[in-house]
Every structure is written in structure tokens, then in C-alpha cells.
Design a protein around this ligand. Structure first.
Ligand code: UT7
Length: 330
């Protein structure tokens, strides 16, 4: 059989902060109930970073575990990509902070900004670099500290999010195992549905922007919900078609963990059982860029992914953006 150069995930890592914030704790903060949060989202608790912890700190922890699992020395990395919507600062890129802390002296470094889809976008960029022969070892991290950009007085958003980081080391493969297909998409027209308005060149930070809470996440939850329910099944079908396999052949779906009802609706639309969808939103809430790599890490650690299994990753988020990936594990 003719073999072609592809890429595969050689190691995974994840970091979740210690501090657990339960729904009961949020009941004391805003006008909400454990029942509302559980029924509407499936979330029971989430992790919140310690005051001294920022996105790069969590990213480094996850990256170190992924590098160890892959048996790759940081000095051998060609590229460090960090997907995030909550970088340590606007610049330098969080990827540069991570590169320095890891000692990845030979690596280029840049952030990927596609909101919650950032990790899967980063994976696609890493794959392309490896397949083109431009890189041999790429570190892709998804890390977010949304607790820092969440309005803790806004019950429509503060119950949803959590902090964490996930990482993958991408290396060449012979095409038998590894990444089979991607689909990256965007609909900029839906941008206003999910934004952090201030702090950029359009609306520089000022006393007024802070007073108006424009340095926090603003979201039209109902519209994002509709978009997500529509795009997840579509994105899964597309990567399957691109790889020439049927949706029913996929062994495990690893979707962005935003709301269990979104995942249930995708399962229904695809005619696939919920047992084939990995879900950990009850423990972590929506951790943005970290959600897919953390879910994949846990699925593998729990033995839900075996050598040769077909795994579909799918993410969606602000932008609006979406990204899906089909891979054969091993
Ligand atoms: O990573 C991508 C980003 N985000 C997402 O994927 C989020 C997608 N959206 C969602 O998950 C859901 O739309 C939410 C969980 C955000 C909201 O669920 P929903 O079923 O769409 O509720 P809703 O926004 O239609 O609100 C229903 C009611 C409203 O009250 P009224 O107007 O019916 O009286 C809200 O004010 O629930 C109220 N509400 C709450 N009540 C208790 C909103 N947030 C809360 C809350 N506790 N935390």
C-alpha cells in the first residue's frame, strides 16, 4: 500500500486549576439555582485559576505533560501554537511566554485566535506544517482563563465558564494512523453574538469601558445555542465525507463542552447514541480553547479511545468559528 506523510498526536497533557466552584457557590453570588444550571447546561462545577495563575502558567503545565508523554524534548520543537481567547496580555503572544518557559529554543511561537475553536484551528495549522515538511514536532495548546474576563454579576454568562489548559504534540505519521481530515469554517456575520468589546483598537480600555463592563464577555446565548446545534452535526458530517468514512463508523465524538443540551441535540440530528459522545462539561463547564484537548485527554486516560479507533473532534465559538477533525488514534 502506498503511504503518504500525514501527522498524528504523539502525546497529550492537561492542567486544571485546583479551586472548584460549585453551582451552590454561584447561588450565593447571583440570582440562579443549581437546578437551573444543571437542567439548562449540564454543568455541576467548574475550576477557577488561583489569583497568581494566568493562561501561560496553565499552558506550560499541560505542555510539559504532553511533551513527556510524546517523549519529545522541548528543545526539539519547531513550533509552539497557543490557542486562546484570554492571553496573558495582548502581546507578546502567550505562545512566546510558553516557548521561553519550556526552553523550546528552536521553536517559532504564535497565538491562534478563533475563540473556542482555537485548539482545533491550531491542530490544523500544525498538521499543515508537518505534512508540508516545514516542521517535525509542533506543540499545540488550548488554554483559557475565562474567569478573568467573565462578569461575575451576569448570571447569563458567569455560570457557564471555567479555566483549564490542554496540549498535544504533533509529529509526522505514515498515514495509517493520525489525522485524516479537517474542516475549518467561519461566519464573521455572527461576530456580534459573542464578543469582548473593549481593550482593542476599536474601543481602547478607558474608565468608561470599564464602567460599562465592556472588558467582559458579552453573549447572546440563545442565538449561539442555535448556531452550535446546527453546525456541530454539519461539521462532523463534513470531516467524515472528506475522509471517505460514514458518521456511523466513528467510534468517539469529542465535542466542545459548552452545554450538554447542544451535544444531545447533535447526537439526535446525527442519529448517533449519546454513549459515543464524550462529555465532561459537568465537571469543568465551558473552558473555551481548552475544552476539546482536555476532553480528548480524559477520554484517552479513561480507556474510551483504543488503538485504531476513529475519533472526531469538533469545536465552535465566537467569530463565529467552527472546526472539526477526524483522526485514527494510535
Ligand atoms: O463556547 C461557545 C459559547 N457559548 C455557548 O455555547 C452557549 C450557548 N448557549 C447556551 O448554552 C444557552 O443558551 C444558555 C445556557 C446560555 C441559556 O440557556 P437557554 O435555555 O437558551 O436560556 P435563555 O437564555 O433562553 O433564558 C431563559 C431564562 C431567561 O428568563 P426569562 O426571560 O425567560 O424570564 C433568563 O433570564 O433563564 C434566565 N436565566 C437564568 N435563570 C437562572 C439566564 N441565566 C440564568 C441563570 N439562572 N444563570
Amino acid at each position: 500500500m502506498r503511504r503518504h506523510r500525514s501527522s498524528k498526536i504523539a502525546g497529550l497533557g492537561r492542567y486544571v486549576p485546583r479551586r472548584v466552584v460549585t453551582n451552590a457557590e454561584l447561588e450565593r453570588l447571583v440570582d440562579t439555582t443549581d437546578e437551573w444550571i444543571t437542567v439548562r447546561t449540564g454543568i455541576k462545577e467548574r475550576r477557577v485559576a488561583a489569583p497568581e495563575e494566568a493562561t501561560s502558567d496553565m499552558a506550560v503545565e499541560a505542555a510539559q505533560e504532553a511533551l513527556e508523554q510524546a517523549g519529545v524534548d522541548p528543545a526539539e520543537l519547531d513550533l509552539v501554537l497557543v490557542g486562546t481567547a484570554s492571553p496573558d496580555m495582548i502581546f507578546p503572544a502567550t505562545a512566546c511566554l510558553v516557548q521561553e518557559r519550556l526552553g523550546a529554543k528552536r521553536a517559532g511561537a504564535a497565538d491562534v485566535s478563533a475563540a473556542c475553536s482555537s485548539f482545533v484551528y491550531g491542530l490544523a495549522l500544525a498538521h499543515a506544517q508537518v505534512v508540508a515538511g516545514l516542521a517535525e514536532r509542533v506543540l499545540v495548546v488550548g488554554a483559557d482563563t475565562l474567569s478573568r474576563i467573565t462578569n461575575w454579576k451576569d448570571r447569563s454568562t458567569c455560570v457557564l465558564f471555567g479555566d483549564s489548559a490542554g496540549a498535544a504534540v504533533v509529529v509526522p505519521s505514515d498515514g495509517q494512523r493520525g489525522i485524516l481530515s479537517f474542516w475549518l469554517g467561519a461566519d464573521g456575520g455572527g461576530g456580534p453574538l459573542l464578543t469582548l468589546p473593549a481593550g482593542g483598537s476599536r474601543l481602547p480600555a478607558s474608565y468608561e469601558t470599564v464602567e460599562r463592563g465592556q472588558h467582559y464577555i458579552h453573549m447572546n446565548g440563545r442565538e449561539v445555542f442555535k448556531f452550535a446545534s446546527r453546525i456541530i452535526p454539519r461539521a462532523i458530517e463534513e470531516v467524515c465525507e472528506r475522509a471517505g468514512v460514514s458518521v456511523a463508523e466513528v467510534d468517539l465524538f469529542v465535542p466542545h463542552q459548552a452545554n450538554v443540551r447542544i451535544i444531545q441535540s447533535a447526537a439526535e440530528r446525527l442519529g448517533q447514541p449519546m454513549e459515543k459522545f464524550y462529555v465532561n462539561v459537568q465537571r469543568y463547564g465551558n473552558t473555551s480553547s481548552a475544552s476539546v484537548p482536555v476532553a480528548l485527554y480524559e477520554a484517552v486516560a479513561e480507556g474510551r479511545v483504543r488503538d485504531g479507533d476513529l475519533v472526531a473532534l469538533v469545536a465552535f465559538g465566537g467569530g463565529l468559528t467552527w472546526a472539526s477533525c477526524l483522526l485514527r488514534w494510535g
